[in-house]
Design a protein around this ligand. Structure first.
Ligand code: PAF
Length: 249
């Protein structure tokens, strides 16, 4: 059985954790590297997306990939594109500022599954909304989420982190600190208050959203909600950062 790790390249230790997890499950680990134009807002963003194919091959191989697949556009989208629609949570949070983004993600993930036919596929919890939307696709492929890999100070690994200035990089762990401080709060209201207060201590952080949601519906959590998660997005130095953390013990 093969396990697929879909990526858009620019690999780092976070992707390596996904590949290692795949390798612990199977001797056949396919890492796909495809920058999917359907999930970008404009041509400039696609152009700016970091590309490091040689380093990607090295990192993926070291982590245990047995096949590194770099399809071209025609291989993924031959002829007319059959666009899929993401589940309704695709319109919330990340979907507000990027309206077609999750439709693009489910469309490409579906194509990757059709071509590779994996038994399982691995995605990072770092993009938790994406992970849940992929789970909602109802595919026969088993979807496995892997916890976020963090820097020494809690900042979630991301290929965007290198775009932060020195002071921005120091500020950036405010997102992790806010969530960690709220994790064991006795109520949603108190957790939310802790998050808001912590984020406001850093003037360099421009918040987009910071909420505690139900992990499945992405509706705002109440105290009765079973599985609660803090989700935060914002900008530091103009670099958009997102992160999330399970709330409760
Ligand atoms: O998370 C990503 O890198 C991409 O959204 C994915 C899942 C590879 C689809 O292009």
């Amino acid at each position: 059985m093969s396990v697929l790790v879909p990526t858009m390249g620019a690999l780092h230790k976070g992707h390596q954790a996904l590949i290692k997890r795949a390798r612990s499950m199977s001797k056949e680990v396919v890492v796909s590297i495809f920058i999917n134009p359907l999930q970008f807002e404009n041509a400039e963003d696609i152009e700016k997306y970091p590309r490091s194919p040689e380093r990607d091959i090295q990192l993926a191989t070291l982590a245990g990939a047995t096949e590194i697949w770099m399809p071209d556009y025609e291989e993924i989208y031959p002829g007319e594109i059959k666009k899929l629609k993401a589940s309704p949570i695709g319109n919330l949070f990340e979907g507000v500022s990027r309206p077609d983004h999750f439709d693009g993600v489910v469309t490409v993930v579906n194509r990757l599954f059709e071509i590779v036919k994996p038994e399982s596929a691995i995605f990072g919890e770092k993009d938790f909304q994406q992970l849940q939307i992929i789970r909602h696709m109802g595919s026969k492929v088993e979807i496995i989420g892997v916890p976020t890999v963090r820097e020494f100070d809690g900042l979630a690994l991301s290929s965007r982190n290198i775009r932060l200035s020195e002071t921005g990089r120091i500020s950036a762990n405010v997102i992790y600190r806010a969530m960690a401080a709220a994790k064991l709060a006795p109520s949603v209201a108190i957790a939310q208050e802790i998050i808001n207060t912590t984020l406001s201590t850093d003037s360099g952080f421009k918040c987009d959203y910071a909420e505690i949601i139900d992990e499945d519906s992405f509706f705002l959590a109440t105290d009765a909600t079973q599985n609660k998660r803090a989700i935060i997005a914002g900008w530091i130095d103009g670099v958009r950062l997102i992160d999330n953390m399970r709330m409760g013990a």
